[in-house]
Write a protein that binds this ligand. Structure first.
Ligand SMILES: [Zn+2]
Length: 644
């Protein structure tokens, strides 16, 4: 008998002895990080509201209770009883029964009303029908990504359970080594922005954190084949942790499955959906540009199938000696500061991922409060000595001024923006400014994936800033549903119409003008001196956005040609005004980065400054060393640090 079997047998005996004698346990299983307890008495279990919580804290495990399939009432009958318990205002849109696990997935417009106070309605459901309810939100704006991911996972349910059981056994395997060390190897994004990737290793475990591409430098991928990483074989990686969905962190996650990795990916639920959206688009863009993409959509599906979503604050076993907890990073939807607790009190490492320290319109500021942290791996995008950003209020004033001036001239405002994050931030600014009459009401056209990304935001309001979340809960106040917003969904014809029409605002991908519909907008509107191109986000070295920002106004049509306009030789004259309104970045500026460390509780002993160009990482590293008396480093790629 394997040790995991023994462990489960012991757990079953222990749980049985903890429970009142009239509640039976038919089996216990690991599914990923969860311990699943099957019982023939689900109703009695639910009657004792606190039982699961008590068990969880006693066993120090995440526990799910499910009915033994033999005691389930028929779905038809259960459906009626469930609908009797849930208030009508909850707006249930779907009930989906899974007899193999005794779960019923309830999709509702107002999940909170299905859950009830402290889960009271959910318990009521189990008390009445025995099934274990699980609740998901019906997206207030229809999202093809969310519905595709949900139906795909439903279709792959059996295989997914096999994956989860296998992962569960891996996590709970016996520790083999009695050596102790903690190491971090940098595989990318050191003294550069892009291709984020790290290996965190102990004698027992190896974890890959992020696996991104480098914008504007296709082919520069993380050093995945280093002996520290996949060099020792893809199966030697225990887990992949994804801090957020931006492509410079996520683009090459599916590639891991092409290389033979078949373990779990941990991220938040919105990160999973956004990763699906962005990586599929990444393949699309590569195909349009005539490049051979490094993997196919099949691998994106594999990645989604292997994802184990975690919520902020869930302390989760991901290996015999590693617990992972995500915290809000304030950067984009679902972005997470990833905290690793290694050994039993042995060592703690936090990876900031990308962070925004102050509150924005979209998100609460990044969390920097932890039980313990010895080492922080910290982004440094704006870590340079002079990388101070205009504060948000001034930035908003600037943007409104540019819009008003352009409107007076009868021109159009074109804003290249990342689909995820800054677009929604700008949408909120525009919605309020129009509502309050600070800028004239005019159409705001959303092109590329911005609309779809916005729909995903409204699906997960619990990840948004408190007051925004509350507004989305009340449908008539959902700012993303304002009538000025128009989804460009009819392609080139619609763009031509907009270009020929009256003043308007256009928000379009890609954010660094490296492809996508923004190229088409440049060719339509670029020659118009009355219009304005406004940069609101970071423009990396080597991107067309950066070159335009630096004054390029004759763009070879081959650069714009990706959209099929012009092509061939010749140049496009960019006569429109070019403005940069900073302060909308999803990244903390130099002050924000310093404040994140300064107010961090507890303050780390060591900081690795990564994810910034050479100057930014070195400036930040030396400032933190001088101001806060900590050991700091600005590593290069492929360095390994030993911390213990
Ligand atoms: Zn990012």
């Amino acid at each position: 008998m394997s040790t995991v079997e023994q462990q489960l047998d012991d757990l079953k005996a222990q749980i049985t002895s903890e429970l009142p004698s009239d509640i039976s346990v038919s089996s216990v299983k690991y599914e990923g990080p969860e311990l699943v307890v099957y019982t023939r008495d689900p109703k009695k279990f639910a009657q004792q509201g606190d039982l699961i919580r008590q068990l969880a804290s006693k066993l120090r495990k995440r526990i799910t209770v499910r009915p033994d399939p033999s005691v389930l009432s028929r779905p038809k009958q259960a459906r009626e009883e469930i609908m009797d318990v849930i208030p009508d205002e909850a707006g249930v849109t779907d009930l989906d029964f899974h007899a193999d696990t005794g779960e019923v997935v309830i999709e509702a417009e107002k999940p909170g009303m299905v859950i009830g106070r402290h889960g009271s309605t959910l318990r009521e459901i189990t008390k009445n029908v025995g099934w274990t309810p699980e609740v998901v939100r019906t997206p207030p704006i229809e999202s093809s990504t969310v519905s595709n991911v949900r139906s795909f996972l439903k279709q792959e349910r059996d295989e997914r359970r096999d994956i989860l059981e296998k992962v569960g056994r891996q996590i709970h395997r016996e520790e083999m080594s009695d050596d102790e060390y903690v190491r971090i190897t940098t595989l990318g994004c050191c003294r550069e922005v892009g291709r984020a990737s790290f290996i965190l290793s102990t004698p027992e475990t190896r974890i890959l954190i992020d696996c991104g591409d480098k914008p504007g430098a296709e082919g520069e991928v993380p050093y995945l084949h280093a002996p520290e990483a996949l060099g020792a074989g893809p199966q030697t990686i225990d887990a992949v942790v994804l801090t957020h969905a931006h492509l410079d962190h996520s683009a090459l996650i599916p590639l891991l499955f092409k290389y033979g990795y078949d373990g779990p990916i941990y991220c938040t639920e919105p990160t999973r959906d956004l990763m699906g959206l962005l990586t599929l688009d990444y393949l699309d863009v590569a195909a349009k540009e005539g490049r051979t993409p490094p993997y196919e959509s099949e691998q994106v599906r594999e990645a989604i199938k292997h994802t184990i979503p975690l919520e902020y604050g869930d302390v989760t076993d991901i290996a015999p000696d590693v617990k992972l907890t995500f915290h809000n990073a304030g950067h984009i939807l679902g972005s997470a500061v990833s905290h690793f607790h290694i050994g039993d009190g042995l060592y703690n490492v936090a990876f900031s991922g990308d962070i925004h320290y102050e509150d924005t319109r979209l998100f609460n500021g990044a969390t920097n409060d932890f039980p313990r942290v010895e080492t922080l791996v910290m982004e440094s995008t704006y870590g340079g000595r002079n990388d101070y950003q205009t504060d948000q209020e001034d930035s908003e004033e600037n943007l409104k001024r540019v819009i008003n001036e352009t409107y007076e001239k009868g021109g159009k405002v074109v804003i290249p923006a990342f689909a995820v994050g800054r677009s929604q931030e700008i949408m909120l600014v525009l919605e309020e400014a129009m509502r309050e009459g600070e800028i004239p009401s005019m159409p705001v056209h959303l092109d590329g994936m911005i609309w779809e990304a916005t729909a995903i935001h409204t699906t997960y309001p619990e990840y948004l800033r408190d007051d925004l979340r509350d507004r989305i809960f009340h449908e008539d106040e959902n700012p993303f549903l304002a009538e000025e917003f128009n989804h460009i969904d009819a392609g080139e014809e619609e763009r031509q119409e907009v270009a020929d029409g009256d003043s308007c605002i256009i928000l379009s991908t890609s954010g660094m003008v490296t492809g996508g519909p923004i190229m088409s907008w440049l060719s339509h509107i670029g020659p118009d001196p009355d219009s304005t191109l406004v940069f609101v986000g970071y423009q990396a070295q080597g991107t067309l956005g950066r070159r335009i920002q630096n004054g390029w106004d004759e763009i070879p049509t081959s650069e714009v040609g990706a959209m099929g306009n012009g092509g061939g030789r010749g140049t496009l004259s960019l006569n429109m005004d070019v403005e940069t309104v900073d302060g909308f970045s999803g990244h903390a500026d130099r002050a924000g980065l310093e404040n994140f460390v300064k107010t961090m509780n507890p303050r780390p002993e060591k900081v690795l400054c990564v994810h910034g160009d050479e100057r930014s990482t070195q400036d930040l590293s030396s400032a933190l060393y001088h101001n806060y008396d900590m050991r700091t480093f600005a590593p290069k790629n492929l360095e390994t640090f030993r911390f213990l």
